[in-house]
Write a protein that binds this ligand. Sequence first.
Ligand SMILES: [Zn+2]
Length: 459
Amino acid sequence: MNLTMDKLVNHCKTVGFVYRGSDIYDGLANTWDYGPVGVELKNNIKKAWWKRFVQESDNTFGVDAAILMNSRVWEASGHTTGFSDPKMDCKECKMRERADNLVEEYCKKHKITGLTPDAMSNEELEKFIEEHKVPCPKCGKSNWTPIRNFNLMFETSRGVTDESQNKIYLRPETAQGEFVNFLNVQRTSRAKVPFGIAQIGKAFRNEITPGNFIFRTIEFEQMEHQLFCKQEDAQKFYEEYKQKAMQFLLDLGFPRENLRYKDHDKLAHYAKAACDIQYLFPVGWEELNGIHHRSNYDLSRHQEFSGKNMTYLDPQTGEKYIPNDIEYSIGCDRLLLATLCNAYDEETLDGGDTRVVMHFHPFLAPYKVAVLPLQKDLNDKAREIYRNLQKHFMCTIDEAGSIGKRYRRQDQIGTPYCLTVDFDTLQDNTVTLRDRDSMEQVRLPLDQVVSYIVEKIQF
Ligand SMILES: [Zn+2]
């Protein structure tokens, strides 16, 4: 089965995973809204991540930091000056494009190798574009303005006056929320190095690049873990988090052959090591998450800019040092997209019918069970069962249409179990549970249904 992004986008819209943002107003570029089953899937992805990296960790503590932060944070992190895209305007048609993207596309098309456009200086980019007469993708002419750097941070202002000191930013990454709380968390949790701070939260980037559905959006959610450790242990923990990040994806049902490590070609000056885990999306191999050995750069910068002492005193040895940081970060929306791609299947059934089925890990499935009464006279009993099951997990009920149609509807949204209520149910309090993947059915006493399902949906 060949899954294209168009097919997936269409499926997501049809069954309620993801809609275009501001849809009735013809959308807003690179924004998407999660629908009734999409929000459940997303919440479950966040739950699975939090369970693995916070709940099941002995030494990780969660935070939920504010999206709006003191502007000094972005001076310390370097975002105020260094977080920009080199852009050019086409003088003919006013199209604005990233210079490095123009060069990259040109090289791809003309099979020019050996260049890394995102590592080229503005002068080098301008020279290349001039020499090769790189055309505008919209109008085909080559008549560009010089490069201007556009900061990727979304600006807003607080208060009613329009003075520059009121300028604040929507955070472009969640990481700084963890760094600025290093001292708070260490003290209040009496945390001993090595320890982690984890956060799930929104970040914003004012990008104009094509998004590929929810792969790249201007507003997105990150799931992030910073492990603070001694310098001599940092490389060991870097390797450990590479493994943990991979294991998390394998446990969610991603096949190993569709995942790969990709070391960064180019490191930031403070970084000791960095790699991504890539997933084979329908559009090719793309980054799913990153693991970075950031030395003690972030805490040192905040010490410098805030004047607060970030030194950790080891209670056993009396050593004093600013801890190193291993950052592990994964985009929630991007993982959701990978999850959709991985789950989607079209199967031919006995008799020639086909079904679209989402083979989600049951922990991630939006609804765990759908209650389906076989006859109208059984609706009351079905409602009673439904209300009882709702207390334990997300369920749905579907009373309309043939049983086959109702199974198909649940398959399309990945519901792992369909519970059918028939006339025997009224006599002996048993029901039939149908498995989404095998389509096999078992007969169970009603009072065993909850424990049966709870066991199957563990992560
Ligand atoms: Zn143009």
